[in-house]
Design a protein around this ligand. Structure first.
Ligand SMILES: C[S@@+](CC[C@H](N)C(=O)[O-])C[C@H]1O[C@@H](n2cnc3c(N)ncnc32)[C@H](O)[C@@H]1O
Length: 182
């Protein structure tokens, strides 16, 4: 996030699937106006508390709900859309809707995010809710209409003791921009 934010001047950002808001808080601290959305009530409560603690409540608008539902009602011409950790939480239909919306961001806007991918699979005892793992190539195809600024495929090695021991996830990280002359 620091590298990304250094490259573009502060504007309006959507943080979709914002979780507890590590990115939303970072952006707000750096002069952005952020609209953060997450479906998880607990994560949203934590994000609200962090925003208040840091005096950033005027810079972060926080919504609990589904990202696509939020986008359906949203008409802001944003400069940056964050999708960190969200795509693999969405079913095919929801993911399709999200990508359709991303294709309509204003020319010059940046879309950045990450997703777990299907290459490494998921340990059967991982204890997460339902995830939708897609091949990295599927994501690459979906974002092919954008100018690719960063594309990384890699692995995340972690363990969640005592429930799940050492395991590996495959993942992608991307930053892309809607071209101005499209
Ligand atoms: C892996 S976490 C990533 C959180 C945050 N973006 C980060 O990078 O720290 C994915 C988040 O997406 C949220 N999420 C899942 N499905 C969603 C949906 N349909 N609409 C909005 N948020 C959703 C989850 O509640 C969770 O907080």
């Amino acid at each position: 996030m620091p590298a990304l934010v250094r490259e573009i001047s502060a504007g309006i950002a959507y943080d979709l699937g914002a979780g507890e808001g590590r990115n939303a808080i970072y952006l707000a601290r750096n002069g952005w106006k952020v609209f953060a959305v997450d479906s998880d009530r607990t994560a949203i409560e934590r994000l609200k508390r962090s925003a208040l603690r840091e005096g950033l409540q005027d810079r972060i608008s926080i919504t609990q709900g589904d990202a696509n539902e939020f986008l359906r009602r949203s008409i802001l011409p944003v400069d940056l859309v964050l999708l960190y950790g969200l795509p693999h939480c969405l079913s095919g239909r929801s993911f399709g809707k999200l990508i359709e919306w991303c294709a309509c961001v204003k020319p010059g806007a940046i879309v950045a995010g990450s997703a777990l991918t299907a290459e490494a699979g998921m340990p059967s005892n991982h204890m997460t809710g339902r995830l939708y793992l897609r091949k990295a190539a599927v994501y690459r195809r979906q974002f092919s209409r954008f100018k690719e600024l960063l594309w990384q495929e890699g692995e995340i090695h972690e363990s969640h003791e005592p429930l799940v021991g050492k395991h590996v996830h495959s993942a992608i990280w991307f930053v892309c921009r809607r071209e101005r002359n499209e």
